[in-house]
Structures are given as structure tokens and as C-alpha cells.
Design a protein around this ligand. Structure first.
Ligand code: PMP
Length: 418
């Protein structure tokens, strides 16, 4: 008899039978509020009827068409639809299956286009679990331990993580940019640096938003030195933060964006977008794989984009996100163990800290467990797994946010009482 590898360790004992909207129904017949959205992939909610219908229709027509041999209609149609939402100037798309592959593609493109070896990543960033992307990940040693030697050519600069440093945002930003310049002078000369690779909001690293001044500093240095600015929108794209792209909050122009998760409502699909001119500097055959741009995934993604637009999900994420953040702050006000509450849109994290300000992983895990027992599914993140994050599907209603906040308050109270 076969069994699951311990690698597939679950955070909760829930076994799902089916999903609908914001709810996951388990095999015991219980309804759970899914505030993990499958780590943000179910932008339109579980099994949105329009996404299901598009996928079902496509599966009877064509499942797979290898884009190195033939092009297929769903891929062309999705490319056209994405044209309406991509950042200005990024008009060329390449498709893969997972977020990690998208970041691999961005790394390859950056090296191929610039002929330079190094990338600079930002402390707390997460970019995937392949060896190359794990080498670019600094949100926890669990992602890179035991697989060394890691890829060479990766340098790490600070992220303006004000709460971690105990500074205000302006001080943290000034420090981060100064350290970046110091890194140029000491570790990775600008003319050896192919790209900055950065998330608009540290995701796995603990839900820490960047800021406009910091991104302006990166853009200015990128322009001055011919370095590419690669923005990882895998967790923050497609309305999650209350604007279509996470970087829209910071008024910055990326050279490359990496997309996945919310793109196809749970179907495996990812990609990168860049200008035609930049993309032309990579060569066919150097990127890609058997399944990239799968026809069913592309059809689901096109339907996803339509749902996001028709149902006003970006606006909903902004409004419901404010409600969620405000509610989480009220709970934090009454809970000394919650040191900080942060977020943008429907991406909200509560950081659990000890009396001396250190990470309190045990309480975060206890709260997560108490919430799951009460029918609210949550995930942790952060280097110490001491940040509990809330990322419901973008279709979440005001009533469902209230319901989740009531469970959250109860779970926090239960797990923190001595
Ligand atoms: N980048 C970011 C910002 C992510 O959040 C993730 C997944 N958590 C990835 C890349 C990797 O995506 P995948 O798990 O699909 O490989």
C-alpha cells in the first residue's frame, strides 16, 4: 500500500471533498472558510462557474498542443486578453507552469539579455523551490538548507522592512538603498549585475509591503546601470493587493514581471512578460517545456480575467481588504502577542511576537490550529513562521470577512489566554 511522503506535511488535518467560492467542504461534511485561497491561486474562488465552464468546454476540444510544434487558440486568445492588463510596454509573453518556472525564465532572460552573471535579491524574498529560485530565496533557511551548493551569482540586499529593524519606513528605506550601493561597491559591480529580482510585498517572507521611494531608488539605479528590474507578481498579481498589480501601489515601471497563481484560478499556468525588444534577446529552445501554456489552463485563465473584470474583483479586494485589515488591527489592539498587522488589499498578515519583540512561532501555530478547529483555514509565513496570513479569494463578501474576523478574534483569544 502506498502512502504520502512526509514531504507532503499538511498544516491542518482537513481533507477536502469539494470547493465553492470562499468555502472548502471537507470529507466530514464540514464547511471551512478558506482564507488561504490555496496560497492565493483561487482568485475567483473555488470552482467559479465561468472558469469551470471554460475549462470543461476546452477539455473536450484540445487538452494539449505543444507550442514548439503548433500554436493553439486558447494560448493566442489569452495573450490577447492579457494585453489589456499588462503594464505599459510589457507586450511580449512567455508561458510556463509554475511560479518557480516563471522566475527561472526571468533569470535566464536577464542573463541572456545583459550577458551579466549576477542577480540581486532582497532579504525576505521568496521566488520558488527549484535550485536556482531557492538560491534566490531568502525568506527562510527551510527553502534552501540541505541542497547546497546553491546557484552562484546571487547577492542579497536589505528590503525596507521597518518593523523588523524597529525603524520608521523612511529610515528603513534610506538604509536599504545605501546598503544596495555598498553591495555594488563590495560584492556585485553594477556592470556585472543582470537584474534586481523583487516582490512588491514580501509574501512568504512575512507580508511586508515595499514603498514608493524604495522602488523609485531601484528604478533609478536600474536605469543608470542597465540593470533589469524583475518584479515577482506571483503572489501579488491579478488584483490580490487591491490594485491589478502589486507594483501599481508604488508607481514603478518593471522591465519584466513574473505571473502565476491568480492567473488561472488554480490551473497550473505561469509566465513572464517583457517588452518585445527585451524578449527578443533570449532565443527559442533556451526556455520552455512540455506543458507550458496548456490549452485548458489558458482557457481557464482567459475566463479568470473576464471574471475579475466583470465582477469588479480588484475593487472588491481593495474594499474587503480594508475591512479585513481594520478588523485584524482591532484584534491586535487587544492582544499583546500581536506585534504588528500589515497588508495591502486581501493580503493581510498578523505578526506574533514575544514580550521582548522576538518571533513567537508557537503562538502563531496555536492560533492557526484554533482557527482551523473553528472552521477558518489560515497559513503562516515569515522566516520564523510567526506571521499568520489571511488571503481569501477575491470574491469574498463583507459578511464572510465579518464571519472570519469573529472566528479570528475567538481563536486568538483562545490561543493566547494563559
Ligand atoms: N514567487 C512568489 C512571490 C511566490 O509566492 C511563489 C509561491 N509561493 C513562487 C514564486 C513560486 O511559485 P510556485 O510554487 O508555483 O513554483
Amino acid at each position: 500500500m502506498a502512502q504520502l511522503s512526509p514531504l507532503l506535511k499538511q498544516a491542518t488535518p482537513v481533507v477536502v471533498d469539494h470547493g465553492e467560492g470562499v468555502y472548502l467542504y471537507d470529507t466530514n461534511g464540514r464547511r471551512n472558510l478558506d482564507f488561504t485561497a490555496g496560497i492565493g491561486v483561487t482568485s475567483t474562488g473555488h470552482c467559479h462557474p465561468k472558469v469551470v465552464a471554460a475549462a470543461q468546454e476546452q477539455i473536450g476540444k484540445l487538452i494539449h498542443g505543444q507550442y514548439t510544434t503548433v500554436m493553439h487558440k486558447p494560448l493566442l486568445e489569452l495573450t490577447e486578453s492579457l494585453g489589456d492588463v499588462l503594464p505599459e510596454g510589457l507586450d511580449s509573453l512567455f508561458f510556463a507552469n509554475s511560479g518557480s518556472e516563471a522566475l527561472e525564465a526571468a533569470l535566464r532572460l536577464s542573463r541572456q539579455a545583459t550577458g551579466r552573471p549576477n542577480v540581486i535579491v532582497f532579504h525576505g524574498g521568496f521566488h520558488g523551490r527549484t535550485v536556482a529560485t531557492a538560491s534566490m530565496t531568502t525568506s527562510g533557511t527551510r527553502f534552501s538548507a540541505g541542497i547546497s551548493p546553491l546557484m552562484a551569482g546571487v547577492h542579497v540586499a536589505p528590503f525596507p522592512n521597518a518593523f523588523r529593524y524597529g525603524w520608521d519606513e523612511a529610515t528603513a528605506t534610506k538604509f536599504a538603498l545605501q546598503e544596495l550601493d555598498y553591495l555594488f561597491a563590495t560584492m556585485s559591480a553594477p556592470n556585472e549585475t543582470a537584474a534586481f529580482v523583487i516582490e512588491p510585498v514580501l509574501g512568504e517572507g512575512g507580508y511586508v509591503p515595499g514603498n514608493t521611494e524604495f522602488f523609485a531608488g531601484l528604478r533609478e539605479r536600474a536605469d543608470r546601470h542597465g540593470i533589469l528590474l524583475v518584479i515577482d507578481e506571483v503572489q501579488t498579481g491579478f488584483g490580490r493587493t487591491g490594485k491589478f498589480w502589486g507594483h501599481d501601489h508604488f508607481d514603478v515601471r518593471p522591465d519584466v514581471i513574473a505571473i502565476a497563481k491568480g492567473l488561472a484560478s488554480g490551473f497550473p499556468l505561469s509566465g513572464i512578460a517583457a517588452s518585445t525588444e527585451l524578449m527578443a534577446k533570449a532565443w527559442p529552445g533556451s526556455q520552455g517545456g512540455t506543458y507550458g501554456g496548456n490549452a485548458v489552463s489558458c482557457a481557464a485563465a482567459k475566463a479568470t480575467l473576464e471574471v475579475i473584470q466583470e465582477e469588479g474583483l480588484v475593487e472588491n479586494a481593495a474594499a474587503r481588504g480594508r475591512q479585513l485589515l481594520d478588523g485584524a488591527k482591532l484584534v491586535a489592539d487587544k492582544t499583546p502577542q500581536i506585534g504588528d498587522v500589515r497588508g495591502l488589499g486581501l493580503l493581510v498578515g498578523s505578526e506574533f511576537t514575544t514580550a521582548d519583540g522576538g518571533p513567537d512561532n508557537a503562538t502563531a501555530q496555536a492560533v492557526q490550529k484554533a482557527a482551523a478547529e473553528r472552521g477558518l483555514l489560515l497559513l503562516t509565513c515569515g522566516a520564523h513562521m510567526n506571521v499568520v496570513r489571511m488571503i481569501p479569494p477575491l470574491v469574498v463578501t463583507a459578511e464572510q470577512i465579518d464571519e472570519a474576523l469573529a472566528i479570528w478574534a475567538d481563536a486568538v483569544a483562545a490561543a493566547t489566554k494563559n
